[in-house]
Write a protein that binds this ligand. Structure first.
Ligand code: ATP
Ligand code: MG
Length: 579
């Protein structure tokens, strides 16, 4: 099992980032030292020294400024190259890992949450590597360099600089103790706010259509207002510490000015040393302030790191790499229970579907039919009991084998944003053009595709949005026919079709399904009355199973469903009689 030993950044990445930090620090040092030479130059000018004495100072300043620019460019190139390659690497690792996770593991995480981690949290790593880490290094190196330099120029000044560091470290450690848990809460609230916003934007059409826009918008605005009030309250918590930190830094500069003036008046130091002490106190204070700002960025990075690792440490599914026959289609559920998070959906269900037979799963909405379908095709794994295909538990079957054994046409047929042809070909990438057309013909969609402006090359739009629900379903059916798996699961697969098309597609499915195990999930009981087995699901339990005739005589729940279906199919609209 993988544990939290998984490292987000490799030792190489860290080394490169530190190297980039040193290059950047060299650039900053080359930008600071000229001030020393400028002051020396001014001093020489004040002493009316000849130009020949001043020129070397000018040369050194010019050289240092060129070096500063070179190091700056080099640092920028190294940090950004490193940051973007790490960004791509982490995204790649996440996607690669998600692919190796069981579908069941993925199914239990919100897709919005995963998208947020892959997009937003990974960006934070780039910000950390390209900006925060080098800046932190610079902000740590500069004060040490200044103290060291000042030690050679005038030791009391070096001592005044140095004394600020333990004071600031101790104070920061003390207030961080209370601030860290608040930061975790800040981070969670911010993530929630961002996913609520994403959900609102994604669902804006539904909100408008349902005319609940004002209510939803008001709700979202209230959430945002609450969030802002909370953030303001938390930010107030750092105002005092920031003030104290700035006060300590300002005291350092003030001390240099006062003590320096004393020494200057007593002729202990030259004016030049006094000015250098003051200028460097400014750089020193600025670096310390940056150091404090970037500790916050480090906390932010840590939170993102945890979120990314929460995905990377989900143990991937493992199975023995044995050859599994991908023919035959016996399915068996033995005392299977399944729970979504804390909601128990299936309890102790057992049934068998023999190969080459047709079973229908019927039951009211929410009874657990789709969940049973997802347990067969490995989207979900049982919490208790076993689901077997041809006698092998789905937990032991490689996902690729399940994929070859089972075709699943879902309630909402999902199409990729590519051509109609590519969407059908997904069923069997090795299929010939002829086979694709044949599958489309069987699914009653060939003529429609040919009537499109670009025929089979027509792009279907995001999720198939340029097609109607019925067209999407028929393309998904064509994909399934092309795949030619021994088990097919049709989950309300014809629910978006009008009755004329439905009948044609039903016939096509019957033809394509011959010699296969068929599991049909439907509300339309008339279409499954001829099934070899009808399984009646209610509130996550199987309350009966048998032939249509048998169930009619003994299962009250089934009878009620048949009666309700009959009433729904035979309802009429009476015209209002004139008074
Ligand atoms: N990802 C999920 N997380 C939590 N609960 C879920 C999830 N998916 C389904 N459920 C719940 O599990 C129960 C069974 O859902 P399922 O989709 O299996 O029902 P169904 O019989 O297929 O219904 P329908 O006929 O409406 O399609 C429902 O109460 C549903 O709310
Ligand atoms: Mg369903």
């Amino acid at each position: 099992m993988m544990t939290n030993k998984v490292a987000l950044l490799s030792a190489r990445d860290m080394r490169r980032s530190i190297l980039a930090g040193f290059i950047n620090a060299a650039s900053v040092v080359c930008g600071i030292i000229p001030f020393f030479y400028i002051v020396t130059m001014l001093d020489l000018l004040a002493q009316k020294q000849p130009l020949a004495a001043i020129l070397p100072q000018c040369g050194i300043i010019a050289l240092l400024l060129v070096a500063k620019a070179v190091f700056y460019g080099l640092g920028l190139a190294v940090t950004h190259r490193l940051a973007f390659s790490t960004l791509a690497d982490i995204r790649g690792r996440l996607i690669d890992h998600m692919e190796r996770l069981s579908l069941a593991g993925m199914e239990k995480r919100k897709s919005g949450e995963l998208a947020h981690i892959v997009n937003h949290e990974v960006e934070q790593v780039e910000l950390f590597l390209a900006h925060a880490l080098p800046e932190l290094l610079i902000a740590s190196i500069i004060p040490v360099a200044i103290i060291g330099f000042m030690y050679t120029v005038f030791q009391p000044f070096a001592f005044i600089y140095a004394v600020q560091i333990p004071l600031l470290v101790l104070y920061t450690m003390w207030y961080m103790k209370d601030y860290a848990p608040k930061f975790d809460e800040y981070y969670q609230r911010t993530s929630r706010m961002s996913s609520d916003l994403m959900e609102y934007i994604a669902g804006i059409r539904v909100i408008k259509v349902c005319n609940t826009g004002k209510g939803k918008t008001r709700q979202l605005l209230e959430q945002m207002r609450d969030y802002i009030v909370w953030v303001k309250r938390v930010t107030r918590l750092i105002i005092l510490p920031r003030f104290v930190q700035s006060f300590i830094i300002a005291c350092g500069m003030f001390l240099i000015a006062v003590v320096g003036t004393e020494y200057l008046l007593d002729n202990v130091i030259q004016f030049k040393t006094f000015v250098i002490g003051i200028i460097f106190a400014g750089f020193f204070g600025e670096s310390l302030s940056k150091l404090l700002v970037y500790t916050f960025r480090v906390m932010k990075f840590n939170a993102s790191r945890k979120a990314i690792l929460s995905v990377l440490t989900i143990p991937p599914r493992t199975w023995q790499e044995t050859e599994v026959p991908v023919t035959g289609g016996d399915i068996q559920f033995s005392a299977v229970s399944f729970t979504y998070e804390d909601k128990s959906v299936l309890e102790n269900i057992s049934f068998t579907v023999r190969k080459n037979t047709m079973a229908a799963l019927v039951g009211i909405s929410g009874s657990g039919k789709t969940t049973i379908g997802k347990l067969i095709n490995g989207f979900l794994l049982p919490d208790a009991g076993t689901v077997t295909i041809n006698g092998i538990a789905t937990t032991a079957l490689p996902e690729a084998a399940i994929a070859r054994l089972v075709s699943y046409v879902q309630q909402d047929a999902f199409l990729f944003n590519t051509s109609v042809y590519e969407n059908i070909l997904i069923g069997n990438p090795d299929a010939t053009e002829k086979e694709v057309y044949k599958a489309a013909r069987q699914a009653q969609i060939h003529n429609f595709i040919q009537s499109l402006p670009d025929g089979y090359n027509t792009q279907v739009g995001e999720g198939g949005s340029r097609l109607s629900g019925g067209e999407r379903q028929r393309i998904a059916l064509a994909r399934m026919i092309l795949k030619d798996a021994p088990i097919i699961i049709l989950d309300e697969a014809t629910s978006s079709l009008d009755s004329q098309n439905e009948q044609a597609v039903e016939e096509a499915i019957a033809a394509a399904g011959a010699g296969k195990t068929r599991i049909v999930i439907t509300h339309r009981l008339d279409t499954v009355s001829h099934a070899d087995k009808i399984i009646v699901v209610d509130k996550g339990c199987i309350i009966d199973q048998g032939l249509h005739g048998e169930l009619l005589t003994r299962c009250r729940h089934y009878n009620q469903m048949v009666a309700a279906r009959y009433a729904a199919d035979h309802w009429t609209v009476r015209e209002k009689q004139p008074c």
